[in-house]
Design a protein around this ligand. Structure first.
Ligand SMILES: [Zn+2]
Length: 439
């Protein structure tokens, strides 16, 4: 029996070629040493010059002053030295709002009825790599074809393909006919609503638990209408207060954080009262909403890039959106930057997020420019894309800062982003979990 299993394992090992079946414990330790000219280990603190980051098996072991030789680190004698002595080095960025399998274009509606989960997974692999190359080593995927997204997450985690770490939501929880439903198609095309569609508190608990059962790391629901839903339902509150409370409570009870898509004030406030962990977009918030944000400690994920993208399409590409969507896109886009400024000045916690998938994957860094343009300091933008987003992911112990024990998620740029944020649009070096993606 064991011999047979062993032979099978050997056969699989041979046929897969590069994939080793030797357990991690039996492999030699993988050491790397990075010499960083300027290091921003924690975006809340000051930079340090001439630092050495010592990495073992994908994790940071130690950060030391000066440029340390591998021969001075016990066990690391054969480590590769990565020379970033003329670079600005910091923690990999985190995008808290992506749709990594999808891309908005003129064929989106056709794609919705022709693209299979398998195709979405392959597209996602390509898009995920683009996002990683742009310096984002973790993404939170808030809704999409869940089998594809979960497969992508698992394959990246196992090192089968290269991409950012994915915190995956399942299907978006949405009311029937709401922003997260498939609207505007012939009734028989989507005859059965998807697993995230629910009506009434109990049904919404079912929908949340269904996502968790099949692998969701977090829950995303729509508290209000959306800009791109193919239906003229506005951007006001859609789920009732009772439904939202049921969604948040049942997700939290199973250890999952909750993100609420919300544009209109009514829906933003209802979601905050229900206890969500983040509000996505937050376009029409007001002073009362800001009070609620501060009371509950929820994050705002501004997604200015989505606002910019849809407003641009609505103005410059007539016919790309149906009239209801175009009207919403023109209205909502420009409002988002203003909302972010209000929230920022009001002391709301802000986590970086782009809505990548509305915008092209790989230009996620453009959100950094828009946040600075909206009135945030470069330092606070960097905090939002590292420390704060890591906190929102519930992973402050492993990502968002560089320190002993944390994942070796490290990026570099040739300029100093604290003076010129645009330097991060083209990172010179990207490493995730100790594996180099760009150098
Ligand atoms: Zn989105």
């Amino acid at each position: 029996m064991f011999k047979k299993l062993f032979l099978m394992a050997v056969a699989i090992g041979v046929s897969l070629g590069t994939i080793s079946l030797v357990s991690a414990a039996e492999q030699a330790d993988r050491w790397m040493v990075i010499h960083a000219g300027t290091l921003l280990a924690d975006a809340r603190k000051a930079v340090k010059a001439q630092q050495t980051i010592i990495i073992k098996n994908g994790k940071i072991v130690e950060i030391r002053d000066g440029y340390i030789s591998p021969s001075d680190v016990a066990g690391a004698e054969d480590a590769r030295i990565i020379n970033l002595t003329d670079q600005f080095v910091m923690a990999g960025m985190i995008d808290s709002h992506t749709h990594v399998t999808n891309k908005l274009d003129a064929h989106t509606r056709k794609a919705a009825v022709t693209t299979t989960e398998s195709e979405y997974a392959l597209l996602g692999a390509v898009y995920a790599r683009r996002i990683l190359n742009a310096g984002f080593t973790t993404i939170r995927n808030v809704g999409g074809p869940r089998e594809a997204v979960f497969a992508l997450r698992n394959s990246i985690r196992k090192g089968i393909i290269q991409g950012p770490r994915i915190i995956a939501g399942g299907k978006t929880i949405s009311p029937l006919g709401g922003h997260g439903d498939d609207n505007g198609f012939r009734p028989d095309v989507f005859a059965t609503p998807h697993s995230g569609i629910c009506n009434g508190a109990d049904d919404c608990r079912r929908a949340v638990r269904n996502q968790i059962k099949y692998g969701a790391d977090m829950i995303k629901y729509v508290a209000t209408g959306g800009v791109l839903s193919k239906i003229a339902t506005g951007t006001g509150q859609q789920f009732t207060d009772a439904e939202q409370k049921a969604i948040v409570q049942s997700a939290h009870a199973m250890g999952r954080k909750v993100a609420a898509h919300a544009h209109g004030k009514g829906g933003i406030d209802a979601a905050l009262r229900a206890g969500v962990d983040s509000i996505e977009h937050g376009s029409y918030m007001d002073k009362g909403s800001i009070k609620l944000f501060k009371k509950t400690g929820a994050y705002l994920v501004p997604t200015l890039l989505a606002g910019e993208t849809v407003a641009y399409i609505a103005v410059n590409k007539p016919g790309a959106f149906i009239p209801e969507v175009a009207a919403k896109a023109k209205r909502v886009g420009p409002v988002m930057a203003n909302a972010l400024y209000m929230a920022y000045k009001g002391g709301v916690k802000i986590a970086f997020g782009t809505d990548s998938g509305v915008s092209d994957h790989g230009i996620n860094g453009r959100e950094l420019l828009l946040m600075v343009k909206a009135g945030m300091s470069e330092k606070d933008v960097l905090i939002s894309a590292t420390v704060s987003a890591a906190d929102l992911m519930g992973m402050p112990d492993s990502i968002g800062t560089l320190a002993a024990g944390k994942s070796a998620d490290i990026i570099a740029s040739s300029g100093n982003p604290l003076n010129d944020i645009a330097t991060l649009l083209d990172p010179s070096f990207v490493m995730v979990r100790g594996v180099i993606a760009v150098e």
